[in-house]
Design a protein around this ligand. Structure first.
Ligand SMILES: [Zn+2]
Length: 469
């Protein structure tokens, strides 16, 4: 394999062809169904699918078949099937749906306005995860142009990931045997610890989302009249939350949520903490004077990748400050987003949290915890020696440094599904979501140089996969 030839093709395709497409893609506000229930009528998702489909069809890939999978009432999936030269199958995964806008974008930057600046493409969805189909197919093309064999590659780009991938299993079921049995999954929707080497994700946390509602009155009452007599729904919420979370440390108090951290993952986190040092926390836009949960990078990595956490992500029943009067409000609802340990059973976590929150309600208030979604995390199977060698060689060839392994605090629902469906499969889960890239928040960017190097790394792994026996 001629690394320079791979690199120069990848660079050329990225500069001439992929970046102009991603610029157009950023303009499309194709928010995931959770954030745009009328996605079908709005037509943005279709526009994004067609943009990618047109580009894919124009690529010089031998024998490629391109198809948009459709099921009634569900988001589509773009499927690209590339025949291989060896009897084997690789599944390459990405998604094209996007997170909503969020607030706080810096001057000159906006979610749906692409801006190329300092080697980065700013805008929603470029890095998470619009680039995946372009990078995947270009990695295959780079091999074909050098006559290097690869296995059959099936690229699946779904459109419900940011909603927890509710539509994807239906498409997978509908595909049946057509998917084959992949011996390698390549997922380009993950994080990287820095932009200096190849980062392989070895675990993902699960995610449990629900709305916790407390009702105390049938209508709001003057707070001067009612306070001290009627308990505030907000205070009751605080009391309920204190049952599951230690308010001073953020630790989860429900023992069954704190699953043991495997020794190999602990060792990988230790190596990653050594490489990353302070960047584990320095990457966050902390307000001046602010400290993180711990000052030990290893503890922070373990907290973020293997320990359960709670974030309150929304509220109902609370007016904005500017329109809030002196009222003891009738009810408060908080949206709770729990991150679960990779090996935690999500249904068991949901039942345990619901039981804890709803039992014995303070003052006999009406308390409900409505679970909106519960998805499991993922812990990678033991790495095959060929893949470990390949990832290191790829990282050395195209980044000039060793590959690193880490857990990721977020979720990619499909990885868990695949792990269950194809227990013998190996995984290369990687991505460009590094420091400050801020997918889901303001100022999301795609680090272009990293995306190019990553594309070349995927080429190398596909070549090694085909040659491994
Ligand atoms: Zn993503």
């Amino acid at each position: 394999m001629n690394n320079e030839a791979i690199q120069s093709l990848v660079t050329r395709v990225w500069d001439d062809s992929i970046l102009p497409q991603l610029v157009e893609y950023v303009r499309i506000p194709n928010k995931s169904p959770t954030f745009d229930p009328d996605w079908e009528a709005h037509g943005h998702m279709e526009a994004a699918v067609q943009l990618m489909r047109r580009w894919v069809e124009a690529q010089p890939i031998r024998g490629m078949r391109v198809e948009v999978l459709r099921l009634p009432g569900r988001t589509p999936v773009l499927m690209v099937d590339v025949p291989g030269q060896v009897q084997d199958c690789v599944l390459m995964y990405g998604h094209l749906d996007k997170q909503p806008e969020f607030t706080g974008w810096s001057d000159g930057l906006e979610p749906w306005t692409p801006v190329l600046r300092d080697g980065k493409l700013y805008g929603r969805g470029g890095a998470d995860d619009g680039y995946a189909v372009f990078a995947s197919l270009t990695a295959i093309r780079a091999l074909q142009e050098q006559g290097i064999p690869h296995a059959r590659c099936v690229i699946l780009i779904e459109a419900s990931e940011e909603s927890g991938s509710p539509d994807l299993p239906h498409h997978i079921d509908a595909l049946g045997d057509r998917l084959g049995t992949p011996s390698l999954v390549v997922c380009l929707d993950a994080e990287c610890g820095n932009y200096a080497q190849l980062w392989c994700t070895t675990s993902l946390r699960g995610n449990l989302i629900g709305a916790l509602r407390v009702d105390v009155l049938t209508e709001g009452v003057h707070s001067g009249t009612a306070s001290g007599i009627v308990p505030s729904s907000f205070r009751v919420l605080r009391e309920l939350l204190a049952r599951v979370e230690d308010a001073s440390s953020g630790a989860m108090l429900l023992e069954e949520l704190n699953t043991p951290i495997p020794a190999d993952r602990r060792a990988q986190a230790k190596a990653a903490a050594t490489v990353l040092g302070d960047t584990v926390f320095a990457k966050f836009p902390l307000v001046p004077g602010m400290r993180t949960v711990s000052n030990d990078p290893l503890e922070l990595l373990l907290n973020n990748t293997w320990r359960p956490t709670l974030s309150v992500t929304g509220a109902d029943g609370l007016p904005s400050c500017s329109s809030a009067g002196n009222v003891l409000r009738p009810h408060t609802t908080l949206k709770l987003s729990f991150r679960l340990a990779p090996t935690m059973n999500p249904a068991q976590a949901a039942a345990s949290i619901q039981r804890t929150l709803e039992c014995d309600p303070p003052y006999g208030t009406r308390v409900s915890f409505r679970v909106e979604s519960a998805m499991g995390g993922w812990n990678a199977p033991t790495l095959a020696p060929w893949l470990e060698r390949s990832m290191h060689a790829a990282s050395q060839s195209f980044f000039g440094r060793d590959a690193m392994y880490m857990g990721t605090g977020g979720s990619i629902p499909f990885m868990g599904m695949l792990g269950e469906r194809f227990p013998g499969t190996q995984f290369l889960v990687t991505g460009v979501l590094g420091p400050q890239s801020n997918a889901h928040g303001p100022n999301e960017f795609l680090h272009i140089e990293t995306a190019k190097r990553l594309t070349a790394c995927v080429s190398r792994v596909l070549a090694d996969h085909a040659a491994r026996n």
